[in-house]
Write a protein that binds this ligand. Structure first.
Ligand SMILES: Cc1cc2nc3c(=O)[nH]c(=O)nc-3n(C[C@H](O)[C@H](O)[C@H](O)COP(=O)(O)O)c2cc1C
Length: 211
């Protein structure tokens, strides 16, 4: 299975070759993989920033514990969850669903009200957790798409979300930086390229329950 071979090939790249860029064709494929990610109720309550600007990445590097991937990679991807979820988000989703499925929007009224009530019942902390969880599925698809395209990536949580929010003006859009990834091509000097995969054995990771 190629998928498994791809997963064995990929690694969280620490050192990128800054002279190599991800092509716009490949970037479109990665965007498509992110776009096709599943999400709770299908609402996709997040936005994905693609950052190429070196100057902006220099600022963000300072808010990422100086991790060199931020500036050496080809692109920095910032997955931002909506920290402010409004009824408008749900209405926009059903307007889109109605248009794509060619179904009268009024037919979704009951379902739409159900989702609104479910979300209104969540505390702000629960909403934040729920919407940021969705971004990790998109991150997973990015990593898998990159591996198939033989593009290196590093998923990263080592950054100051509050600083990112400030630098990227996310607060005013009701957004929050949840998780980031750098993509590009591994450097010949990347010591982690030879690292062995450290994973729990399947015996300890899985437990069969039949009762
Ligand atoms: C959510 C998440 C956050 C991570 N944050 C960082 C990070 O800030 N910096 C970094 O160099 N690696 C980071 N990593 C990479 C992990 O350390 C790496 O995936 C793990 O050690 C397994 O190694 P592998 O991905 O090379 O197989 C992160 C990985 C994940 C999934």
């Amino acid at each position: 299975m190629n998928f498994i071979k791809n997963l064995e090939w990929r690694h969280a790249t620490k050192k990128f070759d800054s002279s190599k860029k991800v092509s716009s064709e490949n970037l479109e494929l990665i965007k498509k993989a992110i776009q096709l990610s599943p999400s709770s109720y299908g609402l996709q309550l997040y936005k994905v920033l693609i950052i190429e600007s070196k100057a902006l990445r220099e600022k963000l590097k300072a808010a990422s514990y100086g991790q060199s991937q931020i500036t050496e990679a080809s692109h920095l991807i910032v997955f931002c969850n909506y920290s402010v979820v409004t009824e408008k988000h749900i209405e926009e989703y059903f307007a889109l669903k109605s248009q794509i499925e060619k179904v009268d929007i009024l037919d979704y009224k009951g379902y739409s009200e159900f989702i609104k009530a479910d979300i209104n019942n969540k505390s702000q902390i629960e909403k934040d957790k729920w919407t940021s969880n969705q971004t990790y599925l998109a991150l997973g698809n990015l990593l898998n798409a990159c591996a198939e395209l033989k593009i290196d990536a590093c998923p990263m949580e080592g950054f100051d979300a509050k600083e990112y929010n400030k630098i990227l003006n996310l607060d005013e859009q009701g957004l929050n930086s949840a998780v980031i990834a750098t993509i590009g091509y591994r450097s010949a000097n990347d010591s982690t390229r030879y690292a062995k995969k450290v994973r729990k054995s399947t015996e300890s990771l899985f437990e069969l329950r039949n009762l």
